[in-house]
Write a protein that binds this ligand. Structure first.
Ligand code: SF4
Ligand code: SF4
Length: 411
């Protein structure tokens, strides 16, 4: 299977030459492939493929390995993982052994522990050591402070002998190459993180239905930070919503969604969660011709889709940060169900197909201890406890729910 991977680094067409010039002085793009486009991650960062492989949803090792190999063979050189994504680091480490020098691995560590207390340097060192072991590498290309929650946590991380001090030590020892952060905090606070001068890159959510961080993404770019866009399809909500209004199939919509994100020149790479080779192929197709898409494309997309995406519902973006419920409630799955009901209503074919495909246990809704752990972790501030109660009523009593289709029709 590994033979499928071809190192095409030395293949350079006329276009590739141009890319090289645009990217200033870079002697080599790791894993160069003519099918892919590359951008520099910030002023001093590596040259990364504009499509990055998000490893948060890797479950099946065999299928995942095929998808990772396919991605590498199509020129994807950025793989984003984390210790909080199940066996993701292990699966990725296994799949890319043998191509280590062809790709960039990005992983992360939270700056606070499960009780919201700042983690010690010893804990940081231990976490990094575990990540290195799982990934089977001796250094991390891109290391991120995961989900900086607020200013207070950030200040604690900057203290002497704190998290950031620890990362600097690891950088001095050559164990970490580049340091970034991810956050769902307010744009104002994110500007403070950018201005702190601690980071070389930021991982921020950006999609056709969620442009909250657009200004701060452009700001980061002006300040020389690289920006990696996460949730470019907002956990598939873009696909669900678009299907109602456009009748397009989901492959076309994924293409439009990714193209929208990548048509922003402030973004170096969009991380798309992939699990199958077919998804990799479709996503790679979507970045074709992306360098030619500019303001006109973005204006047309905003005009065409903007009104459709006007929504009263806050959607779950499938980050799975809440997936450690003490009552073992499968929260991400149920919040996805809530998305589907909010969009299609509970009588629609799509809703019935979704519930048929999923094993929804009725008593999942009754087990909640209302401990609020999940709500504290949710970057989208969703009222999860309330939604679980609503779901219980809808599914047992066949209650109706206002859905996006009705709202749009009533307009
Ligand atoms: S509030 Fe309920 S659903 Fe959320 S973590 Fe606690 S028990 Fe689980
Ligand atoms: S409910 Fe919130 S924390 Fe849980 S998966 Fe959805 S967005 Fe993430």
């Amino acid at each position: 299977m590994h033979d499928e991977f071809r190192n095409t680094t030395t293949k350079k067409s006329a276009y590739a030459g141009k890319v090289y010039m645009e990217l200033k002085e870079c002697s080599q793009i790791r894993n160069y492939n003519e099918l892919m486009k590359y951008r520099q991650l910030g002023s001093n960062g590596p040259i990364v493929s504009i499509l990055g492989f998000g490893c948060a949803r890797l479950i099946n090792p065999e299928e995942s390995e095929k998808a990772i190999i396919e991605a590498a063979s199509q020129g994807i050189n950025l793989f984003e993982t984390g210790p909080g994504y199940g066996n993701s680091e292990l699966i990725l480490g296994d799949a890319i052994k043998g191509y280590r020098d062809k790709v960039y691995i990005s992983t992360k560590c939270s700056i606070v522990d499960e009780y919201g207390m700042p983690i010690s340097q010893d804990d940081l060192f231990q976490n990094v050591e575990m990540s290195l072991k799982r990934l089977r590498v001796d250094k991390i290309d891109i290391f991120n402070a995961w989900n900086i929650f607020d200013l207070e946590h950030f200040k604690a991380a900057r203290k002497r002998f704190g998290f950031i001090d620890g990362v600097r030590k690891l950088m001095d020892e050559g164990i970490i190459d580049h340091f970034g952060f991810s956050s769902h905090d307010s744009p104002e606070n994110i500007k403070i993180y950018i201005d702190s001068g601690e980071f070389e890159l930021a991982i921020l959510s950006y999609s056709i239905i969620d442009t909250t961080y657009e200004d701060v993404i452009n700001y980061a770019n002006r300040k020389g930070l690289g920006v990696i866009a996460m949730k470019p399809l907002y956990g598939s909500v873009v696909l669900l919503l678009s299907k109602i209004f456009t009748g397009q199939n989901s492959d076309d919509l994924a293409i439009t969604g990714l193209q929208f994100v990548l048509s922003s020149r402030s973004i170096s790479s969009a991380i798309s969660g992939m699990t199958k080779t077919s998804e990799v192929k479709n996503n790679v197709k979507s970045v074709n011709g992306i360098e030619r898409l500019g303001h006109t494309f973005r204006n047309n997309i905003t005009k065409r889709y903007g009104s459709f995406y006007f929504s009263h519902t806050k959607f779950c973006s499938a980050c799975r940060y809440c997936d450690s419920c003490p009552a073992k409630i499968p929260i991400p799955k149920l919040m996805k169900l809530y998305n589907v009901i909010s969009i299609f209503g509970n009588q629609k074919k799509e809703f019935q197909q979704f519930t048929k495909a999923q094993t929804i246990q009725r008593n999942d809704f009754e087990k909640c201890l209302e401990c609020e752990q999940c709500e504290k972790k949710c970057p989208d501030n969703l009222n999860i406890i309330e939604r679980l109660k609503e779901l219980g009523e809808i599914l047992s009593g066949n209650e109706g729910i206002d859905c996006e289709i009705q709202r749009i029709r009533e307009k």
